[in-house]
Design a protein around this ligand. Structure first.
Ligand SMILES: [Zn+2]
Ligand SMILES: [Zn+2]
Length: 385
């Protein structure tokens, strides 16, 4: 069954039913007509056999909801402009060419062939476009606060993809009108330019390779037939993503065709840095200033957490600058749902200004520790082994 068949034959008329007939009506009418025109009951009448074939063909299409829909769409789209016998184009043309079979592909940058635009709208003869096709992968990006990245967040994404213009359904023609076959290229979308010894096939200059020209352009798409379909999807960004990471959200990409699976959505995340917290793998990091006496004598230090109450970290006596303590379960969430740890690094704060009392105390401390030289042996070790 070709598109041309679809346009030339009025299957509703053949079966004597209305365009809105139910499946039951179609079936009843078919049975009655098939009985009346069956070749066995009309031996010697070649016209009955022809009619019987027509009835069967009509029933095959109209009794299959999917094919019936394609048929209706093909006719509503081109029925008004198509005249059997090639009356429209220079020298006539075959609609089959227009819709893909044997059509030249890759018509160049100047617009797209109608067949590309419509994909599987027309069933056609074993076209690959009716087979399930996976939707395209889509890539987008999003900004997250540090806390959102740590705990995970649901984001909505506005995804737009190329689609046939919804107003004219991709024909590019104003409502009530239909595109005309390009007279220059007879609908092939190509023209040959002669360059001395050889000729070059180029997209047709008249129709920009589309094979069709539009007299009254659709106001929505200015005649291009192209539109954008925008949809909003909700997707969960998992907990624990890092800045610059590209995460894959399975099945959130472009919808598949003909029952194929949807593509995937890839989201590149940008995470705002936090003024206090950082990340190291699954662990949250924080640097906590301590005083020299706290480091030397030991102290209980209150440390903030990302999403909760502060915790108390015990700094033991004699803690060197830069030592890191691990607070279990206070980090960011891991993939498996457990929480990472918080790594607390102490940094001894050196006061820029001292009161007289403090200076006096420190001088006393220096005198009391004069026998301790933290650099003893440094020069010897520097000379090498
Ligand atoms: Zn053309
Ligand atoms: Zn349009």
């Amino acid at each position: 069954m070709s598109t041309k068949d679809y346009l030339e034959k009025d299957y509703y008329k053949v079966l004597g039913v209305s365009k809105t007939a139910s499946q039951d009506e179609i079936k009843q009418s078919y049975r009655k007509l098939a009985r009346e025109n069956h070749p066995d009951a009309n031996t010697g009448d070649p016209k009955a056999e022809e009619r019987f074939k027509e009835i069967s063909e009509a029933y095959n299409v109209l009794s299959d909801e999917k094919r019936r829909k394609e048929y209706d769409e093909a006719r509503s789209l081109f029925g008004s402009s198509y005249r059997p016998g090639g009356g429209t184009g220079a020298g006539g043309f075959d609609l089959g060419d227009l819709f893909g079979q044997g059509a030249p592909t890759g018509g160049g940058g100047g617009g797209e062939r109608l067949s590309d635009l419509f994909g599987g709208l027309f069933g056609g003869r074993g076209r690959t476009t009716t087979q399930p096709r996976r939707g395209a992968d889509i890539e987008t990006e999003t900004r997250l606060t540090f806390g959102e990245a740590a705990s995970g967040v649901t984001r909505s994404f506005q995804l737009s993809s190329d689609a046939a213009c919804p107003t004219c359904r991709g024909t590019g023609a104003k409502a009530g009108t239909a595109p005309r076959v390009c007279p220059k290229c007879s609908g092939t979308g190509h023209e040959n330019r002669n360059l001395g010894g050889f000729s070059l096939s180029e997209p047709c200059s008249e129709c920009k390779g589309r094979g069709l020209v539009v007299d009254d352009p659709c106001p929505t798409c200015s005649g291009s037939g192209r539109g954008k379909s925008t949809r909003t999807i909700q997707a969960r960004i998992p907990a624990g993503v890092s800045d610059g990471q590209r995460i894959r959200l399975k099945g959130k990409g472009a919808p598949g065709e003909h029952g194929g699976p949807a593509g995937d959505l890839y989201v590149v995340v940008h995470v705002q840095p936090h003024p206090v917290f950082g990340k190291s793998g699954d662990n949250l990091t924080i640097t906590v200033p301590v005083t020299f006496p706290e480091a030397v004598l030991g102290a209980d230090v209150r440390v903030p957490t990302l999403n909760g109450l502060p915790v108390t970290v015990k700094i033991p006596p004699g803690t060197p600058n830069g030592r890191t303590f691990r607070v279990r379960g206070k980090g960011t969430a891991r993939r498996d749902g457990t929480a990472g740890d918080m790594l607390v690094t102490v940094e001894v704060a050196v006061p820029a200004h001292l009161s007289d009392d403090a200076r006096e105390a420190l001088e006393k401390f220096r005198a009391a520790t004069a026998d301790q030289d933290p650099r003893s042996g440094l020069e010897t070790r520097a000379k090498g082994m």
